[in-house]
Design a binder for this molecule. Structure first.
Ligand SMILES: NC(=O)c1ccc[n+]([C@@H]2O[C@H](COP(=O)([O-])OP(=O)(O)OC[C@H]3O[C@@H](n4cnc5c(N)ncnc54)[C@H](OP(=O)(O)O)[C@@H]3O)[C@@H](O)[C@H]2O)c1
Length: 215
């Protein structure tokens, strides 16, 4: 693991693109933690209720991304290319890849890439792409704890983006591990595969999170 002592503190300007299961829970968590949140929705009327949360505005995706330093992509993998095209200029921003290529359509969409984050980085070359928030069921994303115990949340990706993402995840309550650069993104994607396998193949259901023990 890397030294993340330079992690920034304080409120951040975050856009969450795609207010579905994952996006809406992240918005709740970031709002509760005191961040300035812009929800990027194609149909703003449908998710107007999110705008009643503290510090949250509901905008179109491009408007949400424009005013943010951190842009979280919480859309299906097959929708990433169109979503990124619609967001406009992302140079200098941190782009968080919260996706999982789980269905056949998603896997096909990113065929030829080692990770979904690589696919995103090719389409947003000026952004710092970081993988996070994909290793637990959406319903636990607004609060990084289960029964008071912080859930393990691995983060990996571009060096310049990781401190902000680590700080965001910690502010929501997760037990965050900074795994390092883009070469470690596969580990984060595989951690999600482990969660999905336990949930659906092993019959654990969705109500659990990954954890590590350390002194
Ligand atoms: N569900 C989970 O427990 C979970 C956990 C971890 C990670 N993930 C990953 O997180 C991502 C989002 O999952 P989710 O469960 O939140 O999905 P979801 O409930 O279907 O929400 C996806 C959102 O993406 C937006 N979107 C933009 N373009 C789209 C398109 N062409 N088709 C469909 N939606 C489009 C939609 O919002 P607008 O209509 O407003 O644009 C929609 O609300 C996926 O990559 C998934 O693998 C899911």
């Amino acid at each position: 693991m890397t030294d993340d002592s330079s992690t920034p503190d304080g409120p951040q300007r975050v856009a969450v693109i795609g207010p579905g299961n994952v996006g809406s829970q992240l918005v709740r968590g970031f709002s509760r933690a005191g961040h300035h949140v812009a929800v990027g929705a194609r149909d703003t009327a449908k998710v107007a209720d999110l705008g009643e949360l503290a510090g949250v505005d509901v905008l179109d995706p491009a408007g949400a991304a424009a005013g943010a330093d951190v842009v979280v992509l919480a859309v299906p993998v097959r929708a990433l290319a169109a979503t990124l095209l619609g967001l406009g200029e992302l140079d200098g921003k941190v782009v968080v890849d919260a996706t999982n290529a789980v269905s056949d359509a998603c896997v096909l969409a990113v065929e030829g890439y080692d990770t979904v984050s690589d696919y995103i980085a090719e389409r947003a070359p000026g952004a710092a792409v970081v993988k996070a928030f994909n290793t637990i069921g959406a319903e636990h994303l607004a609060d990084g704890t289960i029964d008071g115990t912080p859930v393990f949340l691995p983060v990996a990706g571009a060096e310049s983006g990781r401190p902000a993402v680590v700080a965001l995840a910690r502010s929501v309550g997760f037990d965050v591990a900074d795994l390092g650069g883009p070469e470690a993104v596969t580990l984060v994607e595989n951690a999600a595969r482990l969660w999905i396998h336990l949930a659906f193949r092993c019959g654990w259901g969705r109500d659990f999170g990954l954890g590590v023990l350390r002194p």
